[in-house]
Design a protein around this ligand. Structure first.
Ligand SMILES: NC(=O)c1ccc[n+]([C@@H]2O[C@H](COP(=O)([O-])OP(=O)(O)OC[C@H]3O[C@@H](n4cnc5c(N)ncnc54)[C@H](O)[C@@H]3O)[C@@H](O)[C@H]2O)c1
Ligand SMILES: O=C(O)[C@H](O)COP(=O)(O)O
Length: 528
């Protein structure tokens, strides 16, 4: 597999990929056509914030399985386009949290005590002691906008230094905030009470320019710290607010456009301190995020759950071995059910019975959907199958019961069109041997692999012989067969495992016999 790395990541991450036998190609500062050419045959793309991963890039990157973001923010990656293209997007949301929080604390002190300004003047020989009278953080109020991982880590650190904490975050509980000593408030109250306002939200349509002229006016006399994302605060307005407006100062690590242009108004204002997006730049953080992303790339290559996938079902790695064997059986049951249903699929139900019902089954359901859509879509996988269902207006239902008749675990995929429904039920004998045990209410025992023929016929003597003869005349060997009926002399279903495919012409020959109601040929794994 080829892993293309377009932003610098730490060597231990690259080593992990190489040691697993993959080719690692680095292409830093590459954009436009050169980037498109480099990604064309890549199976994984690893980035930080420096690469724009766009819809156009996904259109070029036909071999791509995963985009790994060695860090937190994914605003540079078009996740919707990735999902459409069936590509997993994963980040490393924990590895640089401490580094980002430490940088925020450093920037808070730098702003409150004018450290960079005083430093620069002393370096030029000026002893400007009387020009700098700072703000003491002990006893001052810290307003935190966005109380997630980094915001909470900053809260812990600055609480320890004697600051009072208020936080604005519409998506967390008051209890969580209170446990960390912060009072959860609305944005206006947060701005009004803060001496230092620190931003820790992602950049989203909702947070873009969240802090503009009115908000900075409300922060009257305070400092603004942004180590989250450029674009959350309006930079021109901020520069003016520090230059001769309501703010005492600002410390900024991230910008709407990076690298920051040399004509940015932020650079002209002495009390706006700037760093070039250094929040995650510590040895420890870079090693953490690089190895985390390498592990996730390797998991994706091996079709294992990707721990921090943002657009695909993920699961606890320790539970995966219990669920893994059901992925194939669910996908196969989905394929068979779809091929047996006449007409458009309107709903898909995935039912879990027995032991499997106690597991996390998102991944199994995604696999069942992948199977259902496989005959319909050119490129479908567990990442985009839920999206395909949604786009087609197909309702997906998941249900669980703890009992499973005579089996340890059963997974049933049922597809419906109006009043017609086809359910295909699979299990694993002895925990590993896949079997289809029910099709449309008929109890069967079929090996779900290779070439299958499902025949519905009258339950009459000689019928099985007739089908066997027709197949034999066409030189098709029967590897296995299971016949089922619900009542004697009623309708029967026979499932054949064959060594060769069955042509339409042969199916017509079978169906020309009045006793044969219909036949369906299904090609499963291993039939290429
Ligand atoms: N400067 C750096 O190098 C650096 C390093 C790490 C993280 N970051 C950035 O820091 C930010 C926070 O990272 P994190 O790991 O804490 O993310 P997180 O997802 O853990 O937390 C983000 C928080 O923002 C909240 N939020 C979302 N929309 C909001 C809104 N409209 N108003 C208020 N709160 C809102 C969410 O509820 C969540 O609690 C991200 O943008 C990340 O990219 C920057
Ligand atoms: O979101 C992040 O993880 C940080 O902003 C770090 O970005 P970087 O990896 O480009 O330094």
């Amino acid at each position: 597999m080829k892993v293309l790395v377009t932003d610098p990541i730490a060597e231990p991450g690259l080593d992990r990929l190489r040691e697993a036998g993959h080719t690692v190609e680095t292409a830093y500062d590459v954009t436009g056509d050169a980037l498109h050419a480099a990604v064309a045959d890549a199976n994984a793309l690893v980035v930080r914030s420096g690469t724009d991963v766009t819809e156009e890039l996904f259109a070029t990157a036909e071999e791509l399985v995963i985009v790994g973001r060695a860090g937190i923010g994914v605003d540079n990656i078009d996740i919707d386009a990735a999902t459409e293209a069936g590509v997993i997007v994963a980040n490393a949301p924990e590895g640089n949290v401490r580094a980002a929080a430490e940088h925020t604390v450093a920037m808070t002190f730098a702003a409150a005590r004018s450290i960079p300004q005083a430093h620069a003047r002393l370096k030029t020989g000026e002893w400007a002691k009387s020009d700098y009278l700072g703000t003491e953080l002990n006893g001052a109020t810290l307003g935190i906008v966005g109380f997630g991982r980094v915001g909470q880590e900053v809260a812990k650190k600055l609480d320890g230094l004697g600051m009072n904490l208020v936080a604005y975050d519409p998506y967390i509980s008051e209890e969580r905030a209170a446990n960390l000593g912060a009072e959860l408030v609305e944005l206006d109250e947060c701005l009004a009470s803060a001496d230092v306002l620190t931003l820790h939200t992602p950049l989203t349509p909702e947070t873009e320019n969240l802090i503009a002229e009115d908000e900075l006016a409300a922060l009257d006399g305070g400092y603004l710290i942004n180590c989250a994302r450029g674009g959350v605060v309006d930079e021109a307005v901020l520069a003016a607010a520090v230059e001769d407006g309501p703010l005492a100062g600002a410390a900024i690590d991230v910008y709407a456009e990076e690298p920051l242009s040399s004509d940015s108004p932020l650079l002209d204002v002495e009390d706006v301190i700037v760093t070039p997006h250094l929040g995650a730049s510590t040895h420890a953080a870079q090693e953490n995020v690089a190895t985390s992303i390498a592990d996730q790339v390797l998991a994706a290559f091996e079709s294992k759950p990707v721990m921090n996938a943002l657009n695909a079902p993920s699961m606890d790695a320790s539970a995966f071995p219990r669920v893994r064997p059901y992925l194939d059986i669910a996908s196969t049951a989905g394929k068979i059910a779809t091929q047996l249903l006449d007409g458009r699929i309107e709903t898909i139900e995935v039912t879990y019975e027995g032991d499997i019902a106690s597991e996390e089954v998102d991944l199994v359901t995604a696999s069942a959907l992948e199977g259902v859509f496989e005959p319909l879509e050119w490129q479908v996988n567990a990442v985009n199958a839920p999206r395909i269902a949604e786009e087609r207006g197909i309702e997906v239902v998941e249900s669980k019961t703890r009992t499973a008749e005579d089996f340890q675990s059963l997974v049933t995929v049922t597809v419906t069109n109006g009043d017609t429904e086809i359910g295909v039920c699979g299990t694993l004998f002895a925990g590993e041997d896949p079997r289809i045990v029910r099709i449309d209410g008929f109890r069967v025992d079929a090996i779900p692999a290779g070439h299958m023929l499902v025949a519905r016929n009258d339950d009459e003597p000689g019928l099985i012989g007739f089908i066997g003869t027709v197949l034999g005349d066409a030189d098709i060997n029967i590897a296995g067969m299971f016949n089922a009926r619900q009542v004697i002399g009623g309708e029967a279903m026979t499932v054949y495992n064959l060594d060769e495919p069955v042509s339409e012409e042969l199916q017509n020959r079978l169906e020309d016999d009045d006793r044969v109601i219909e036949t369906r040929y299904i090609a499963l794994n291993g039939t290429e």
